[in-house]
Design a protein around this ligand. Sequence first.
Ligand code: ZN
Ligand code: FE
Length: 255
Amino acid sequence: MPLDIVTLPCLSDNYAFLIHDAASGETAVVDVPESGVISEALTSRGWTLSHVLLTHHHWDHIDGLTALLEAHPAKVIGAAADAHRLPPLDHAVSEGDSFDFGGETMEVIDVSGHTVGHIAFYLPQTGAVFTADSLMALGCGRLFEGDPDMMWTSLSKLATLPAETIVCSGHEYTEANARFAITVDPENPALKARITDITAARAKGQPTVPSTMAEELATNPFLRAVSPDVQRFLGMTGAPPAQVFAEIRQRKDNF
Ligand code: ZN
Ligand code: FE
């Protein structure tokens, strides 16, 4: 049975996620922007927190941890590479590591670029990946620490996951991302259709996260650095995808 995934809006535009296995009772939270929302979500469902999975060191992904652990003690898992600047870890993990969660295997993927040491958590059996500020709905994280080559390598790894994979990313930035996406991929019918859906969802106050890998591959301009249409539009036909990605990322930074 696939694990239950609950999307929790936190702060002004962050997302945390609960992952729950009914059989074992194990429950993880991915990132802790604040404690109250997460604590309430656990209590109202009668779930006991067992794992905290941290994607990267930015405050808006870890700030609620101390308060959360006071009420809900759990095992904290994060990147070994970032152990020096993350809250104390019970289990430090790296690219290629995996661990058991809820009767499934949780795989660790290094997705550095936004920060160096940013990791994603992947559940192949449930078919979900927790990407935080690496791959986002119609976007990707700003390159605060890594360079374009590094982020392109990270996004390329995520792009190989099955198309039906659910992409649980860290922020509700999708409307702003859509305004930019259409400027570098203006003829893409899938993008136009998705923007219509995004606008409708946001008008009703509904989240646009999670998305699917299929949607991201078809419409996310950063993954579409390999698309002949996008390359032609940018005057970069045949250029190395990492270079096309760098151009798109720079345009977004200046958008
Ligand atoms: Zn971040
Ligand atoms: Fe963030």
